[in-house]
Design a protein around this ligand. Structure first.
Ligand code: C5P
Length: 218
């Protein structure tokens, strides 16, 4: 038996940080599903392929990637390039992620992460499409301004240049695409607990979610 916990939400809602903390706390595996779409985007950029190139399906199907316990990502056995985390890569990823064929190519490999003792899966459609039977589903949200501020801080801390105003616009455009696409749009699952983290610290959010997880494990 194993437990699957899904954490969905828009960019900058804090789900990555929370997912890593929960995985470390419970000793569970971690699936950062956004990085799969980002890795396909990086390959597309590297090979000069457009977002609608048919080759991207095979690329998605054959991605050789692995997540370490600390949250690092290995691609073809080597640490992923820091470009993976830029807003530009995120924008290309969200265009590619609107494709049904690419999503289908990534579906089973995401499900393969669900092994004992458990999985913390973060993304946009973890609770709605990939793990509809998950034991606990969280939808983590925050105001667009707060999310842009968090992304700004994260990018600066990781040594990237960033401009708060352009980030607000880029995040709004990406959200809009993710929420309004025809396939697996960003919406809370019907049985998800929605948490607005705009005025909550990471510790507070973690505490709320841990209470939920601990309750089902009694
Ligand atoms: O979470 P992250 O910002 O890394 O995701 C990058 C993009 O990948 C998102 O904007 C979204 O379009 C796409 N994505 C998705 N489904 C997921 C995870 C990410 O469509 N489960």
């Amino acid at each position: 038996m194993f437990t699957v916990i899904t954490i969905d939400g828009p960019s900058g809602s804090g789900k990555g940080t929370i997912a890593r903390r929960l995985a470390a706390h419970y000793g569970y595996h971690l699936l950062d599903s956004g990085s799969l779409y980002r890795l396909v985007a990086l390959k597309a950029i590297e090979l000069g392929l457009a977002e609608d190139a048919p080759e991207l399906v095979e690329i998605a199907r054959n991605l050789d990637c692995h997540f370490t316990k600390s949250g690092a990502i290995l691609i073809d056995g080597k640490p992923a390039s820091s470009e993976l985390r830029t807003e530009q890569t995120g924008a290309v990823a969200s265009k590619i992620a609107a494709r049904e064929d690419v999503r289908a190519a990534l579906l089973q490999r995401q499900r393969d992460f669900a092994v004992a003792p458990g999985l913390i899966a973060d993304g946009r459609d973890m609770g709605t499409v990939v793990f509809p039977e998950a034991s606990v589903k969280i939808f983590l949200d925050a105001s667009a301004e707060e999310r842009a501020r968090r992304r700004y801080k994260q990018l600066i801390e990781n040594g990237f240049d960033a401009n708060l105003n352009s980030l607000i616009n880029e995040i709004a455009a990406r959200d809009d695409r993710d929420r309004n696409r025809a396939v697996a749009p960003l919406v809370p699952a019907e049985d998800a607990e929605v948490i607005d983290s705009s005025n909550l610290s990471v510790d507070e959010v973690e505490k709320i979610i841990r209470r939920r997880i601990d309750a089902i494990q009694q």
